[in-house]
Design a protein around this ligand. Structure first.
Ligand code: SF4
Ligand code: SF4
Length: 211
């Protein structure tokens, strides 16, 4: 009997506490936003959606290496010697064409780790949170601004230049090897013999007053 009264009291007490909270919020100011007519203010450091200012990217891959889920895909092609890609707004020289710079936001976990190592501060979060898609592939963002024809052209030029440089390197190494071989052969040559059967060079003879 005592137990039944005790549990009944606890039940009533819980109901009154719960109702107290409900009534307090019922008369208090509303915190519900009438989205989409009303929108929340996004805090400055909010992790929302990544953006890359591709004109300032130097293709260093630091962001991709820092990403724990490998959702940044970067392909670069070195600029050939006849092309000057200029500098970024932070003064870093640009030496690579960015033939691909994709971020898969469906895989991104919003950790912000890619943002901090960037030497030119060109990858950062923007306050945009309304980007849901029906098709997952639409969440792969492409930031490279090179047309496919241009990509093919820069790749071809870079391959040609790399092949030429490789050829020059090989030629240089071949010449060096030949010179080294020549020197080795000369060092191995037996000393010259004069007509009297004495060994020594011409200069040895002249030094000895035999001229
Ligand atoms: S926020 Fe994190 S998970 Fe997303 S791309 Fe950057 S490093 Fe990768
Ligand atoms: S770290 Fe910055 S500069 Fe380097 S590849 Fe990534 S976005 Fe480009």
């Amino acid at each position: 009997m005592v137990e039944a009264i005790k549990s009944g009291w606890i039940t009533f007490k819980s109901i009154f506490i719960g109702m107290g909270v409900t009534i307090r919020h019922f008369f208090g100011p509303s915190v519900t936003l009438q989205y989409p007519d009303e929108r929340p203010v996004i805090p400055d450091k909010a992790r929302t959606k990544l953006y890359v200012n591709i004109d300032d990217c130097i293709g260093c891959h630091l962001c991709a290496r820092a990403c724990p889920v490998n959702c940044i895909y970067i392909d670069t092609v070195p600029a050939t010697s006849d092309v000057d890609l200029g500098k970024t707004s932070t003064g870093n020289p640009k030496r690579f064409w960015l033939t691909r710079f994709d971020i898969d936001m469906a895989k991104c976990m919003y950790c912000d780790l890619c943002v901090h190592p960037c030497p030119t501060n060109c990858i950062y979060m923007v306050p945009d949170y309304e980007y849901s898609e029906f098709d997952r592939t639409n969440l792969i963002y492409h930031f490279s601004n090179l047309e496919p024809a241009m990509v093919a052209e820069v790749k071809e030029k870079a391959e040609k230049e790399a092949a030429e440089k490789q050829k020059q390197r090989e030629e240089m190494m071949r010449k060096k090897a030949e010179e080294a071989k020549k020197k080795q052969m000369e060092a191995k040559k037996p000393p010259q013999q004069n007509t009297d059967g004495e060994t020594g060079t011409k200069s040895d003879k002249s030094d000895n007053g035999d001229s």
